[in-house]
Design a protein around this ligand. Structure first.
Ligand SMILES: [Zn+2]
Length: 221
């Protein structure tokens, strides 16, 4: 059987920090894995480090040159603004198959380290991204375990998505109640000293805190 240890994909944002908090509740210190894929917002990696430190986790940063794939909105390519009639399309911040890549690497690291769980912070409000949907996660888990030797030997790796049915305000409310250090998190797509307050990630975060009825502790008093 697996030793039950967990790997948590961390980005420095709210959802992955909540996943880390949940994984840390279950005994062993989880292994935190972040990706340096040339993202514009370098501050999210610093936030991932702060969050991993807060939980006493080993943080592994995997360098990945997504620029090799071509331009993408989060790595320096054009940010596509959607018109009013395009609200249901995949968001402008979509990076082609990003979570397929990230989860593949996570499964490989988990097998290497003998970990039985991978936490992935996809949430209900991410459902516009096809690689954040529960159907994708279930199918990916099944496919990955067909290709993992540990699974073939009876030790499958399970992907946990504890937030997949929850909205941003739900998550913020719960995290605040659990004392998750949301003041350490970073969501902005920009790279300024402070969150810009204007990008898509800042706007979604602000609406989430407003709807949750709690102030954003990352914005100070
Ligand atoms: Zn911003």
């Amino acid at each position: 059987m697996s030793d039950g240890g967990a790997l948590v994909l961390v980005s420095g944002g709210i959802e992955s920090t909540v996943c880390l908090a949940l994984a840390a509740r279950h005994g062993d210190r989880p292994v935190a894995v972040a990706f340096d894929y040339g993202q514009r917002n370098r501050r999210e990696l610093a936030a991932a480090e702060r969050v991993a430190d807060a939980y006493g986790c080993d943080l592994r940063v995997v360098a990945l040159d997504l620029g090799t794939w071509g331009d993408s909105p989060l790595t320096g390519g054009p940010v596509l603004e959607r018109g009013p009639g395009e609200a249901d399309r995949v968001p402008a911040a979509y990076v082609a198959g990003r979570n397929i890549v990230f989860l593949s690497i996570a499964m490989s690291i988990a097998e290497t380290r003998g970990l039985g769980l991978v936490y992935f912070g996809a949430a209900g409000h991410d459902a516009k991204y096809p690689d954040c949907r529960s159907q994708f996660v279930a199918s990916f888990q099944a496919a990955a375990n067909l290709g993992l030797n540990c699974a073939q030997e009876g030790r499958p790796i399970f992907i946990r998505t504890p937030l997949i049915g929850l909205t941003k305000p739900d998550i913020i409310r719960a995290a605040t109640g659990w004392g998750v250090p949301l003041e350490l998190t970073w969501s902005c797509y920009g790279n300024g000293e402070q969150p810009c307050g204007d990008c898509g990630a800042c706007r979604i975060r602000a609406i989430g805190f407003a709807e949750a009825g709690v102030p954003d502790p990352a914005l100070g008093p």
